[in-house]
Design a protein around this ligand. Structure first.
Ligand SMILES: C[S@@+](CC[C@H](N)C(=O)[O-])C[C@H]1O[C@@H](n2cnc3c(N)ncnc32)[C@H](O)[C@@H]1O
Length: 320
């Protein structure tokens, strides 16, 4: 494997790889799935699976596991992380229906992905490979589907990624992508940070997370679809908002979810980058208290959770 494929060349890619590897072991909860899994599952159930089912039906496989399609869908997962979308795909489709290559820039994230798949007996169904989503190492027109889930908003040059996706998709191939929308967890963190800065006399440093680039540029379905459309490379670009509740039914799940959010590089960047170590600790303690306060006032603890939205977009490569 070349150093470029490993994200070892060029500061930015190597830095991203190392930041994500550092949080890889707490990205998944005890359930073996990331905190965002309900969002990803919901997006696939409502938006992407119907499109994949239709493609399989054309090949004679449909959603019926007893029927084999004439050929499996070849799927490339970019920014695949610990494998949430890979797992979702493997749970729905058989090995005859889909063949998946899961990639990510972070070796640590991919290792957790491989372990998760192995534990579920799915290890031999999926190939994993370290890869930068803005420098995709795959032959032209070699995939039917590319997934880019919770990834576009992290890339320094997302349009470069879209150009690669277009190149590696077969004519008529499908891009399925997702970015975060409004989320209860961000509302809590935003408000906590606002109060903390006010206490420190630093009101001027407050900016709602929804005014930060990740949400300002990607946080609504129309923003996501217009970024894809403006490349001029895809047809039928559509995007919708999808909703889900991230359930936190026990104190243990709540604690491990908070730990996962604390270690997430996106959270660190959005809320803590200009705070001292003590202030970061105080921020996390106040976020934790707020979640426990909300839990205490919830009648049915088993249904306590975080309301969240995602933006799901799909785009086809023109058949020419
Ligand atoms: C928010 S996580 C999403 C992971 C997974 N798709 C999910 O939804 O659970 C973002 C992932 O993108 C990866 N990543 C960041 N920059 C990347 C790049 N330039 N190329 C490939 N992967 C990248 C990170 O390592 C991380 O695993």
């Amino acid at each position: 494997m070349s150093s470029k494929e490993q994200g070892g060349e060029g500061g930015e890619a190597a830095e991203a790889a190392s930041r994500w590897s550092n949080c890889s072991t707490s990205y998944n909860l005890g359930s073996g799935q990331p905190i965002s899994m309900p969002l990803i599952q919901s997006g696939f159930d409502h938006q992407f699976f119907p499109l994949l089912d239709a493609e399989l039906a054309k090949r004679g496989g449909g959603g019926d596991p007893t029927k084999e399609p004439s050929s499996p869908l070849r799927i490339l997962s970019l920014c695949g992380g610990t494998g949430a979308e890979t797992l979702t795909l493997c749970q729905r489709y058989s090995a005859d229906q889909v063949r998946i290559l899961t990639t990510d820039i972070s070796e640590g994230m991919l290792k957790v992905c491989q372990d998760t798949l192995d534990k579920r007996g799915l290890g031999d169904r999926v190939e994993t490979r370290i890869m930068d989503a803005t420098d995709v190492q795959a032959p032209d027109e070699s995939y039917d589907v590319v997934t880019l889930i919770m990834g576009p908003m992290l890339l320094p040059d997302p349009e470069a990624c879209f150009r690669h996706v277009h190149r590696v998709l077969k004519p008529g191939g499908l891009l399925c992508t997702m970015t975060p929308g409004k989320m209860g967890v961000h509302d809590v963190m935003t408000e906590t940070r606002r109060r903390l800065l006010e206490d420190l006399g630093r009101e001027k440093d407050y900016k709602s997370v929804y005014d930060q680039d990740m949400f300002r540029l990607w946080g609504k379905p129309e923003l996501l679809s217009s970024r894809i459309e403006s490349t001029g490379l895809f047809v039928t670009v559509e995007a919708r908002c999808d909703q889900a509740t991230i359930l936190l039914p026990t104190v243990e799940v709540l604690e491990e979810s908070l730990a996962s959010l604390r270690d997430n590089p996106g959270t660190k960047q959005a809320y803590c980058k200009d705070l001292s170590q003590d202030q970061v600790s105080r921020f996390h303690e106040e976020v934790r208290s707020e979640f426990f306060r909300q839990r205490d006032s919830c009648q049915d603890k088993a249904k306590f959770g975080i309301e969240a939205q995602t933006n799901c977009a799909w785009a086809f490569k023109a058949s020419k």
